[in-house]
Every structure is written in structure tokens, then in C-alpha cells.
Design a protein around this ligand. Structure first.
Ligand SMILES: [Zn+2]
Length: 421
């Protein structure tokens, strides 16, 4: 009996030694320290800092031996930034000012009136703003929207909209309690095409190459802001250099192991903080039905509310993925918990949501104490505030927890999209 037990125990021990050699504290520190360094200036989209970060991640993927797509690790796409130069707008002969009008447009010139064939939409007093605004952004026809004056405070925010998709149809917002009989709008915008890149590397599966497992984190952050005690760089060490570091470490680990039956996709997303544009573009590059699981990693650099060797999974009950991960960690010191901050809607606030909305079992793993994390979205989110030993253990635990999904032995249940918000 003893001998058999020894034989059984040996491969587990061998694997444990190997993971400890590949996922090390010194590697965690090297990668994390560079991503969160002042040199990258807070990794804000459309700045040289984020380009440097993308280059660094590409180099690490190359060193690990991941495959490229279309000859590059950079998955590049474009967005459009429009700046209003001047406009005129009249409704029923009355001229409007800048406090009453806003535009979503990617066109340099707009000239329209009530005969131009625009869809007409309204915001009635008391309507809830956010869901409808997203629907309007996704409109397939040019639209003019008349907002009740109770929405006046939203006009400046609408006017300051972030970069738009190049396929965005014109949406013109006018403050008016009623739909006017006649209206006429002209506008000139300065329109600039802006480049964004996700960084994506692939490790093809041995026997199930068409079944994908995604490991992701967002590598963008907030850039440079108002100085706090002389520090103006929002380094985003925890948010989300930590998750991005984990993605690179896991890439290295699985590339060395080379026993994945399913195809592994490692993705560092851009522009999460400014609307999730990176994951949206990424999600359109393949058939979501082929994605068996998505491990999105966000803010794993500090201790969770339960202390070391623990993390939580957002949207825990939305698929069986959490149970599978837990099962694979039985006997280890590590515990996954369901997200304890349900009122914060974390499931919907990171890049996993984009894929979950397509039915993919896509969850975010995090340790961030969302009710009390002192450095969240502050200039003080620096490497020195992270527990790199614990973070290294978390990365190892994620690797172990994914074992049976990567081997094809377990397949998490799909997310029921009819039950999502
Ligand atoms: Zn984040």
C-alpha cells in the first residue's frame, strides 16, 4: 500500500515544485514594479505610457512563447474623438445655447432638420437615465433626443463624451419638454481617429483547440491627475497592474507546462476604466460559444477581507465555474468566496461583463476590499501598498483552480443572459 501511495503522491509533489519555480515572488515583483512604475505615467489610453506597457506585455508573451494573431500580439482598433467647434440649433424658431445641446458624433459636419429622417426619442421626467443612454449609443439610425428639462444636469457630461466607436450614428441631445414641430441643427466637429490596442497571446489546445479558456486583466489606468502630497501619477499598482501581472505569470506557467487540452487565450485589455472598449472589441473577434470560461483578474494585490490565501469571485451563482474552482483547491490552504460586495455590482463593473452578456461563464477574481480599500482610484495605489507574497500565492491558486477546466474535464455552465441586469 505504501508504495502505491508514494507513487500517487509523487506527480502532485512534482507539480507543486514546478509551479513554485515558475510562479515566483521575484517574477511577480519584477513585472508588477515595471507596470506600476512612474515611467508608464498611469497607463492612460492614448498616451505614450500605455504604449510602453503594451510593448512590455508583448515582449513577455513572446518570451513565454505564446502565439500571435495576424502577426502581432497587439490587437489594434480605432476609436473616434470628436470636439465640438461650433453649432446652431433652433426648435420652433427658438435658438438654443450650449447648455441645451450635446452631440454623439463621428462626423465632421452635421446639418439636419425635422425632414432629415432622424429617429425621434425622448427622455420623460422621472425616466432612469443610464440604461437608456447605452441603448441610444447603440442606435442603428441617426437619432435626435428631446430630454425633459429635469435632465439638464446631464448635458455637460453628454457633451464631454469619451471616444466613440467609428460606427457610431449621430445622436443629438436637445433639452426640450416637448417634441417641437420644427427643428434645425448644424454642427462642426474636429474629428480625430485614435488607436487603441489590447495585447493578446495564444497557447493552442492539444486536443480541443476550438474550445477557449481566457485569462484577462486590464492594463490601462487613469494616467495623471491632481497632485496629492506631490504625487500626480495614478500608478494603478493594484488596479489593475496586479491582474495584468497575473495574466503574464499564468501565460508563462502554462506555456512551460504545455499540457493544456483547451486553447488558452491571455488578454491584457485597454480602456477598461473609460468604458470597457478593449474587451468589447476583443469579444467580437471570435464566437463566444467557443469560450468555455473566462478568468478576469482585477485587483489581487491586497489582502482580502478574510486575510491571506483567499479571494472572491464575482457573479458566483451565475455559473458553476466558482464551484469547479473551489473543488480544484480542496486540500490546499486557499479559499475562494462568493463576492461579498453585492451592492457594488462588481460583476457588471469589469471586463468579464462583456463576455458574460454573451453567455460566457465569465467572472472576475479579486481581493479588493471594496468598502474600505484605502488606495482605490487614488494616486497612492503604489507597489509598496501591495502584498507581493500573498499575490504570488493567489496567482498559483488561480492556476491550480483552473486545472480541470483547462484539461477539458470540467465545463462550467453558461451564464443565463435573461437573468442579467
Ligand atoms: Zn480595474
Amino acid at each position: 500500500m505504501k508504495k502505491i501511495l508514494l507513487l500517487l503522491a509523487l506527480p502532485i509533489l512534482a507539480q507543486a515544485q514546478k509551479i513554485d519555480k515558475i510562479i515566483t515572488r521575484s517574477e511577480t515583483e519584477r513585472i508588477e514594479t515595471y507596470l506600476a512604475s512612474d515611467e508608464l505615467a498611469g497607463r492612460k489610453p492614448f498616451t505614450p505610457g500605455i504604449e510602453k506597457a503594451a510593448q512590455f506585455i508583448s515582449n513577455e508573451f513572446e518570451k513565454a512563447g505564446l502565439q500571435k494573431t495576424n502577426g502581432s500580439y497587439l490587437q489594434t482598433f480605432y476609436m473616434v474623438k470628436s470636439k465640438l467647434n461650433n453649432f446652431t440649433a433652433t426648435i420652433d424658431g427658438k435658438e438654443l445655447d450650449a447648455k441645451q445641446v450635446a452631440f454623439f458624433t463621428v462626423e465632421p459636419t452635421i446639418s439636419m432638420d425635422e425632414k432629415s429622417g432622424y429617429e425621434v426619442a425622448t427622455f420623460q421626467k422621472g425616466e432612469s437615465f443610464v440604461p437608456k443612454i447605452y441603448k441610444l449609443m447603440a442606435t442603428s439610425k441617426p437619432t435626435i433626443v428631446f430630454l425633459d428639462e429635469s435632465f439638464a444636469r446631464y448635458i455637460p457630461a453628454l457633451a464631454k463624451n469619451g471616444p466613440l466607436n467609428p460606427t457610431q450614428k449621430n445622436v443629438i441631445f436637445i433639452l426640450s419638454n416637448t417634441i417641437p414641430t420644427t427643428y434645425k441643427v448644424t454642427a462642426n466637429h474636429q474629428v480625430d481617429k485614435l488607436q487603441l490596442s489590447n495585447v493578446v497571446g495564444i497557447l493552442p489546445g492539444k486536443s480541443r483547440p476550438n474550445e477557449y479558456v481566457i485569462f484577462s486583466g486590464h492594463y490601462d489606468h487613469l494616467g495623471i491627475g491632481k497632485p496629492v502630497q506631490g504625487d500626480s501619477i495614478y500608478n494603478g499598482a493594484n488596479d489593475d497592474a496586479a491582474g495584468t501581472t497575473a495574466v503574464m505569470m499564468l501565460a508563462k506557467y502554462y506555456a512551460k507546462k504545455r499540457d493544456n487540452e483547451r486553447t488558452l487565450i491571455f488578454a491584457a485589455f485597454t480602456a477598461e476604466e473609460s468604458g470597457g472598449h478593449g474587451s468589447v472589441y476583443f469579444s467580437k473577434q471570435f464566437n463566444p460559444d467557443q469560450v468555455m470560461a473566462m478568468f478576469n483578474l482585477e485587483m489581487i494585490g491586497t489582502e482580502s477581507k478574510w486575510g491571506k490565501n483567499s479571494a472572491y469571485i464575482t457573479g458566483y451563482e451565475k455559473s458553476s465555474m466558482g464551484e469547479i474552482l473551489k473543488k480544484n483547491l480542496v486540500g490546499s490552504q486557499f479559499t475562494f468566496y462568493p463576492d461579498p460586495y453585492l451592492d457594488q455590482n462588481l460583476f457588471y463593473r469589469s471586463d468579464n461583463a462583456t463576455l458574460a452578456e454573451l453567455g460566457v461563464p465569465a467572472h472576475t477574481i479579486s481581493t479588493s476590499k471594496m468598502d474600505s480599500e484605502p488606495n482605490y482610484h487614488k494616486a497612492s495605489d503604489e507597489v509598496q501598498t501591495l502584498d507581493l507574497d500573498n499575490m504570488t500565492e493567489i496567482i498559483k491558486a488561480i492556476a491550480k483552480s483552473a486545472t480541470s477546466i483547462i484539461s477539458g474535464q470540467d465545463t462550467p455552465s453558461r451564464v443565463d443572459t435573461t437573468k442579467l441586469k
